[in-house]
Design a protein. Structure first.
Length: 77
């Protein structure tokens, strides 16, 4: 299980979570749930400076936080 970097909730991330054999990815090869959403946040490098949109070293966000962020970006447009 992963922990959301924004709210601390636990959730499953198919790209990050490892199975019993230590490999990441979903058992059936399907992509992570987040790949079905519109791109909203560039994945920053660990040494990238923080911005309001992308905190430095940001990791995975839970479905609720990522969907809320996408909705906020759409409201600004």
């Amino acid at each position: 299980m992963s922990t959301c970097e924004r709210c601390g909730a636990t959730f499953h991330c198919a790209m990050r979570d490892q199975d019993a054999e230590g490999t990441a990815g979903s058992p059936d090869g399907t992509p992570c749930w987040c790949t079905l959403l519109p791109p909203a946040v560039p994945v920053p490098r660990q040494d990238a400076p923080a911005t309001p949109e992308t905190p430095a070293g940001a990791g995975c966000w839970c479905p609720e936080c990522l969907k809320a962020h996408i909705a906020a970006l759409q409201r600004r447009s």
